[in-house]
Design a binder for this molecule. Structure first.
Ligand code: C5P
Length: 238
């Protein structure tokens, strides 16, 4: 089990209803989780919602998966950093110069916002919605595993703090990457829970044992009739 400042659990607020997101946020203990705001919720509710989550005492993982020319990404990351978010995502396939620009943007934005800690920068390697055929279509002549490893190494070499990856990829990546490089894993299901549309899942304890640093969990908590109790149970079983 890897060491953590506090909880390794990140709850995905996958909704476009800000009121729904805030009601859930009020139920969840900030000591037991961080909250992930993705494209849907951010497009609907923007920085104001992030500020409200902060005022409830929550740390925010802003999952906007930036991928653009380096200058644009640097500026976008700087704005995100100035909001004081805890973690944010970019696409590793944006390349080394874009990733390095993201790093600069994070430092600039934190300084501008008067924030002493800049956000953790985490890269998406291959979207797990992609298959081998998609790589072939894009002219990438490598297996999925090889390509994920390649992009994760690029992310590490370009100053990222970690990557998002499937729990089943964790062990392989852990062996390849620096010990303190963060591995953030979705596709987590408590034993006996519905898998929903997730194909290859691990329980929270299994993913932690495999070497995950943070677990992204959505529906098992957000669709629960008792989200707070559910979160407590998940944390208790780690
Ligand atoms: O509800 P569930 O636990 O499946 O939610 C998982 C969250 O992680 C969602 O926000 C989903 O978009 C995200 N995610 C994922 N698989 C990936 C990357 C992100 O499920 N490979």
């Amino acid at each position: 089990m890897r060491h953590h400042d506090r909880s390794p659990v990140i709850i995905a607020l996958d909704t476009h209803e800000p009121d729904q997101a805030l009601s859930l946020a009020r139920l969840l203990d900030p000591e037991l989780c961080r909250l992930k705001v993705g494209k849907e919720l951010f497009t609907a509710a923007g920085p104001a919602l992030v500020k409200e989550l902060h005022s409830l005492g929550h740390e925010v993982f802003l999952d906007l998966k930036f991928h653009d020319i380096p200058n644009t990404v640097r500026k976008a990351v700087a704005v995100a950093a100035s909001l004081g978010v805890w973690m944010l995502t970019v696409h590793a396939s944006g390349g080394r110069v874009m990733l390095e620009a993201a790093r600069e943007g994070a430092l600039e934005g934190a300084t501008r916002g008067g924030i002493d800690r800049h956000p953790l920068l985490v890269a998406v390697t291959l979207l797990t919605s992609l298959g081998q055929q998609d790589l072939d279509d894009m002219g990438i002549q490598r297996t999925m595993v090889e390509q994920v490893q390649r992009l994760a190494s690029l992310a590490q070499g370009s100053g990222m703090d970690g990557v998002v990856c499937s729990a089943v990829e964790v062990a392989g990546l852990r062996a390849l990457l620096r010990k303190d490089f963060l591995l953030i894993t979705p596709g987590i299901r408590p034993a006996g829970d519905s898998h929903h549309d997730q194909k290859r899942v691990m329980t929270p304890a299994e993913a932690m044992r495999a070497g995950s640093d943070y677990l992204v969990i959505g529906r098992p908590v957000t669709r629960s009739s008792h989200p707070s109790e559910r979160l407590t149970a998940i944390c208790g079983a780690l």
